[in-house]
Design a protein around this ligand. Structure first.
Ligand code: ASP
Length: 494
């Protein structure tokens, strides 16, 4: 029977989900309802006008006073809140009223699509921690000698560092050329104050070091705190290798057995990717409509162009000249992982698929993949680093009405690198880390509000670049690894 390859299934489901979501958003994305019964105490009527870009609550109180509260989802819309989490915290009863009775059909169904799509992400997350631990231990034990772990480690880290810096550089050049924040910007007067930069930088560096040293490895596993897990697992495996003999054999066997089972589970879960992608895509487009692709056009264009340059020029050149691989063929092999990264916006969530694809479809050894990929999913985020730099410089352009000075742009570059290392491979993690950079150049954290609305779609793009860079890193590191006769059995990874 004819069956589409997995990556085509995913692509078809993604397009179908987007089209259906847009159709739902256009036909049922707006609603207006006036409620005068079952209201929170003190209210006599509430009119809820729900659209894709804003939700307005017109409240009439029993004492005849009136109040309007706007939850805006885009920069063009002024609003009292810029997301429903903040709104729910400030007005819990109104939020319940909205969820139960005031949502447009598109928002109502969007919430269900999200829940269904999240089931797929939950399954992927379920296998992420055991997969990282087993694959790291198995990968390192397969190296056969502690000295080689060292080399692989240094090569991998050098690759991460170089490509992330290249990504940041690309982002900074483009944001200075396109100046998305200055197109028609009515930014306030210039403000220059940089006194707390060094403190913030020192703090950031130290935070990263702290994050790598778990005071309780079990707690790190439960959280899960990926940097700590990786650091501890690395140390554990390296010491097992150094002890050698039956101890090392036992650890290696246990890790291989665990990896075999968890990879089999993962492969089964991955077959569900097209369904998960379909629902996640429908969620994004049904709730945010076309505006998700349109608003904040120049800013999005800048991020998109920079991501594109990095992924179709910089990384393929590295792949071609250093790894001696055909970038097109390699990208085709990695398509299931890249498309899943795009739709799920989670490197960690995609990790099982990335590992399976790179071993099965791109022929990279388990030894390299299980070392480079889990580490990369956590600390190598070229897309996120680039995005952080562009977003902060864009915010600075809007806020100050001009570009930041070179020295400040350098601080942005350095902190963006650290922020990308510290960001978890989950949706919107980059937003959380951005606070560090905003503080480093004395920008108000609230300015982040203007880019929230389009974060999801950019997150999708930067996550694919994060995963693509991890994959290219695997190919690069693999070229320096000689074939290992006692490597992990080929059944592992099935
Ligand atoms: N979502 C990204 C990832 O998982 C992290 C980010 O928010 O930039 O790779």
């Amino acid at each position: 029977m004819f069956r589409l390859a997995l990556h085509w299934q995913i692509l078809v489901c993604m397009i179908a989900g987007a089209l259906l979501g847009i159709a739902l958003n256009t036909s049922a994305g707006q609603s207006t309802i006036t409620l005068d019964k079952g209201l929170p105490a003190g209210f006599s009527s509430v009119e809820i006008i729900d659209t894709a870009s804003r939700t307005e609550f017109r409240i009439e109180k029993e004492d005849q006073s009136q109040q309007t509260i706007v939850v805006a989802q885009s920069n063009d819309e002024p609003g009292d809140f810029h997301n429903f989490e903040e709104f729910a915290k400030a007005h819990p009863s109104l939020n319940t009223l909205y969820i139960n009775r005031g949502q447009s059909p598109a928002h109502y169904w969007g919430a269900w699509f999200k829940r269904i799509g999240n089931l797929f992400l939950r399954l992927l997350k379920m296998v992420a921690v055991p997969l990282i631990v087993c694959s790291l231990v198995s990968g390192i034990m397969g190296l056969g000698g502690a000295g080689r772990v060292g080399w692989m480690f240094y090569r991998t880290l050098s690759y991460y560092m170089i490509t992330s810096l290249l990504a940041i550089f690309t982002g900074i050049v483009l944001v200075n050329l396109i100046e998305p924040g200055l197109t028609g910007a009515e930014g306030p007067e210039k403000i220059v104050a940089t006194s707390s930069q060094s403190a913030a930088l020192g703090e950031t560096i130290f935070n990263q070091i702290e994050a790598m040293l778990p005071d309780n490895p079990a707690a790190a596993l439960v959280k899960p705190d990926f940097l700590s897990i990786i650091a501890f697992t690395l140390a554990f495996s390296v010491f097992a290798l150094r002890i050698g003999g039956t101890t090392a054999d036992g650890v290696q066997r246990a890790a291989n057995v665990g990896l075999e089972v968890i990879m089999a589970m993962t492969t089964a879960i991955i077959r569900l990717a097209p369904v998960g992608v379909f629902f996640l895509m429908m969620y994004v487009t049904s709730t945010q409509g076309l505006s998700v692709f349109r608003s904040l056009g120049y800013y999005m264009l800048t991020v998109a162009l920079a991501l594109l340059f990095h992924s179709v020029v910089t990384l393929p050149l590295i792949l071609w000249f250093v790894a001696k691989r055909n970038p097109l063929e390699f990208a085709k092999a990695m398509a299931p992982a890249l498309l899943t990264a795009f739709s799920s916006a989670s490197s960690n969530g995609t990790l099982p698929l990335t590992m399976t694809s790179i071993e099965k479809r791109a022929g990279v050894s388990n030894r390299t993949a299980s070392f480079v990929l889990p580490l990369g999913a956590t600390i190598n985020m070229d897309g996120t680093a680039l995005y952080e730099a562009v977003a902060v410089l864009f915010i600075a352009q809007v806020h100050y009405g001009h570009n930041l000075e070179l020295s400040q742009q350098l601080i942005v570059a350095f902190t963006a690198l650290l922020a990308s290392v510290g960001a978890a491979g989950i949706p919107h993690a980059g937003l959380v880390m951005m606070v560090i950079i905003l503080q480093a150049v004395d920008l108000p954290v609230e300015m982040q509000g203007i880019i929230l609305a389009v974060d999801r779609v950019l997150d999708m793009g930067r996550t694919s670049v994060n995963v693509w860079s991890d994959c290219c890193g695997c190919a690069v590191v693999e070229t320096y690894e000689s074939p290992e006769p006692n490597g992990v059995p080929s059944s592992v990874g099935a």
